[in-house]
Design a protein around this ligand. Structure first.
Ligand SMILES: Nc1ncnc2c1ncn2[C@@H]1O[C@H](COP(=O)(O)OP(=O)(O)OP(=O)(O)O)[C@@H](O)[C@H]1O
Length: 274
């Protein structure tokens, strides 16, 4: 979904907006992520080069590309965790800095890195989602309601008191999505969220993402499984240092971008060589 409900906006509302000098509402057409001519390298050789792309509220975008093609780097540039060598990266209309927008962004890191050693419970993980709102103060009863609602949404209420180290991969990912929901994030960023998650849980996981996206949350993910991307995401950005394709997922698999970006891997990815 990529549009917002504007039916309820009356002509009077529109006039008032037009004449209000201190209008701080963000128009729905403003991009959440806005990269312009971004080039970045860890050394003198760029790993992403001359990337321009915009992601709008409500979109469901998958970044795809072969190993080492710069996907995670691009995501870090989008979030302001890395600074472009040249070009600009904006997040919610400002210089990208994930920490300035902590409450608006839910970041779900790669499964392999997430919570491996965290000796805390699921509820404690989800509670962290409230920290951008309350600092290190105590959670109010309203905050706890938000935490419990987030646990319910991801189907993890029954596991609330279990340590995250004692969860399956899929359950752990749900716990981290619940943390993002508890922070009332507008943008959910997921780096290979289904790595290490069993096949059955993967389907349920994508259903959850679809539900959240239908509720208006912008979803941006890195995913290796092209089948999953075509089935679930609306838009694919295919990267191999440069952008090879940016458009509807349905058009991606049939485009020559797949072969150009992935080379001989392409047949395996689409199942042609299996
Ligand atoms: N911290 C770093 N220091 C130096 N080089 C790095 C660093 N992180 C990544 N690279 C290199 O930059 C290139 C792009 O890496 P990146 O992790 O962005 O690719 P990716 O598409 O996410 O890969 P994968 O699909 O394997 O996770 C690779 O050649 C990688 O070796």
């Amino acid at each position: 979904m990529s549009t917002q409900d504007t039916d309820s906006v009356t002509a009077a509302d529109t006039d008032e907006r037009a004449t209000t000098e201190t209008d701080t509402d963000t128009p729905s057409s403003n991009p959440v992520v806005d990269l312009t001519d971004v080039t970045f390298g860890y050394t003198a050789t760029p790993v992403v080069e001359d990337i321009s792309l915009e992601i709008y509220p409500g979109e469901y975008v998958a970044i795809v590309g072969p190993n080492g093609s710069g996907k995670s780097t691009l995501m870090q540039l989008m979030l302001g965790l890395l600074e472009p060598d040249t070009g600009t990266a904006h997040l919610f209309g400002e210089h990208a800095n994930r920490f300035d927008d902590g409450e608006r962004i839910g970041y779900v890191a790669q499964q392999a890195n997430a919570a491996k050693e965290m000796p805390i419970t699921v509820r404690e993980v989800v509670k962290m989602g409230r920290f951008p709102h309350i600092g290190f103060g105590r959670l109010s009863s309203e905050d706890w309601t938000i935490v419990d609602d987030a646990l319910t949404t991801v189907g993890m209420s029954a596991f609330a008191d279990r340590r995250v180290t004692q969860l399956s991969g899929g359950q752990r990912q749900r716990a981290f999505i619940a943390r993002a929901l508890a922070s009332e994030a507008e943008l959910l960023v997921l780096d290979e969220p289904t790595v290490g998650v069993d096949a059955e849980s993967v389907d349920a996981f994508y259903e959850l993402l679809a539900t959240l996206n239908a509720e208006g949350i912008t979803v941006l993910l890195i995913e290796h499984d092209l089948g999953a991307i075509v089935e679930h995401a609306d838009r694919a950005v295919c990267l191999n240092r440069e952008v090879y394709f940016d458009g509807p997922t349905g058009e991606f698999v049939d485009s020559d971008a797949l072969a150009r970006a992935f080379g001989t891997e392409a047949g395996f990815l689409t199942g042609a060589n299996r």
